[in-house]
Design a protein around this ligand. Structure first.
Ligand SMILES: Cc1cc2nc3c(=O)[nH]c(=O)nc-3n(C[C@H](O)[C@H](O)[C@H](O)COP(=O)(O)OP(=O)(O)OC[C@H]3O[C@@H](n4cnc5c(N)ncnc54)[C@H](O)[C@@H]3O)c2cc1C
Length: 418
């Protein structure tokens, strides 16, 4: 790379999105600095379910979904909760979420997400290879389980849309799901197997390993918090940290997860980002082995076999960024899991809460700023940050280096709700 094209790039945040972006930017020969206030801390990337859910192209806002919401909110074991004090702040996001659930919009979103996630595995390959992390990736596919044929039938639009976008999904009978997962009990009646799915055996090891490789490759990693952005000639030019450091940059990339909209606002871009808080429990001695990652469709939780035990998680809670976790959500998920897997040993689990950075239409923001050509955003990956992390990272490097993206970036624009 010539001196003229090599840029000083500041990446804010070292969750999966920041690390993949920074790693791909280094590959282009740029000088890259990450600033992260809390490595391996309260970001979403370390404690999640670890799935590369490359088949999950259908958005959460589906036509008619609103009919299920009251029942979910009233059920103490239900998948959705909302803290009433948060309702006024939540309403604008909810309005856009419902607006995104039109039939036409859902079809468009699925097609955009399918183009985006097509290279989910391929884009991880070089990053995992050079960091020696390949053994963390399991590519066994996933099993979605239903309590009845009627339950599977209720999701027929979801599966039809998935298949129409070229994704393999095989309906299985009860005996076929038991062949895959003998530990499932009476409640599991039928299922769907999707081969194009994988998971990381421990997302925290992935994050740690990618961060270590980033510094081995010559990147600079600073533990601090970005508080202000300074401008020179109306152009963002340096960031001021909590400890008072002034970090100059040519290009700025915001990958601050659920906290990104606050930084974007300082840069003149407003975006309706909320956080869907999710919970899980990792059981060190579950007493059972699962061969696949298993998704329990009607009760909306998942079980992931990890190298540290079995992780049972899911749930969506709207309560904002700052509210204290409500770990009763973990207990509710564990109770549900024991209903499906009667031999599951629920003792000794570690509980976790994470903040999914969520957009109303389930599409992340991968976009140049509307105000400044040297500012880029990569946030809002919701339930799919681990899945899309490497695709987003490669795309950020394409944007910064002026190359065309491998898919249409219009649906991912920071401006799309304006
Ligand atoms: C229960 C649960 C299960 C999930 N399961 C899956 C799954 O199976 N598959 C999947 O694909 N996705 C899953 N997700 C979603 C996934 O975890 C997120 O989409 C992803 O981790 C978001 O990554 P990120 O890098 O954008 O954000 P984060 O990981 O939150 O990273 C953002 C970082 O920015 C830092 N930061 C913020 N502001 C500043 C600042 N001003 N200065 C410096 N640093 C700052 C934060 O400290 C944080 O570390 C799950 C999420 C939850 C909660």
């Amino acid at each position: 790379m010539s001196a003229g094209t090599k840029k000083n790039i500041l990446v804010v945040g070292s969750g999966i999105i920041g690390l993949c972006s920074a790693s791909y930017l280094l590959k282009d020969g740029h000088s890259v600095t990450i600033v992260e206030r809390d490595p391996l801390g309260d970001g979403a990337s370390c404690g999640n379910a670890g799935a590369i859910a490359a088949t999950e192209i259908v958005p959460f806002a589906l036509p008619g979904l609103w009919k299920d919401v009251p029942g979910w909110l009233l059920d103490p074991l239900g998948p959705l909760s909302l803290r009433l004090t948060y309702l006024p702040k939540f309403l604008p996001w909810l309005y856009l979420f419902l607006k995104s659930s039109s039939h036409q919009q859902v079809e468009k979103t699925a097609s955009a997400m399918s183009a985006y996630l097509k290279t989910a595995f391929d884009d991880y390959a070089p990053l995992l290879g050079e960091a020696g992390l390949q053994s963390l990736l399991k590519t066994e596919g996933s099993l979605t389980v239903y309590k009845s044929e009627k339950g599977r039938e209720k999701d027929s639009y979801y599966w039809d849309l998935t298949r129409r976008n070229g994704i393999e999904a095989h309906n299985l009978s009860r005996s076929e799901i038991l062949e895959r997962e003998p530990q499932l009990g009476e409640l599991a009646k039928c299922g769907v197997y999707t081969p194009h799915w994988g998971h990381f055996a421990n997302p925290a090891d992935l994050i740690k390993g990618l961060a270590e490789q980033f510094t081995r490759n010559g990147g600079t990693y600073i533990t601090d918090e970005i508080e202000h952005i300074e401008h020179q000639d109306n152009r963002p030019s340096s960031a001021i940290t909590k400890s008072g450091q002034n970090i100059a940059f040519d290009q700025l990339v915001i990958c601050a997860g659920a906290w990104s909209a606050r930084l974007a606002k300082k840069l003149g871009d407003s975006f309706p980002l909320d956080t869907e808080r999710g919970y899980n429990t990792t059981l060190p001695t579950p007493g059972i082995d699962l061969n696949n990652m298993v998704l329990f469709a009607e009760d909306k939780f998942v079980a992931t076999p990890m190298n540290i035990g079995l992780r049972i998680g899911g749930a969506v809670e709207f309560a904002g960024i700052e509210a204290e976790p409500n770990y009763k959500r973990c207990d509710a998920l564990l109770t549900l899991a024991q209903n499906y897997m009667p031999n599951l040993n629920g003792a000794g689990g570690t509980k976790w809460m994470g903040r999914r950075p969520s957009t109303p239409d389930s599409v992340p923001v991968i976009s140049q700023s509307s105000q400044h050509t040297n500012v880029h955003y990569a946030f809002g990956h919701g339930h799919l940050g681990i899945t899309g992390g490497a695709v987003t990272g490669r795309t950020v490097a394409d944007m910064v280096s002026g190359r065309s993206a491998s898919f249409d970036l219009n649906p991912f624009s920071i401006n799309r709700f304006n």
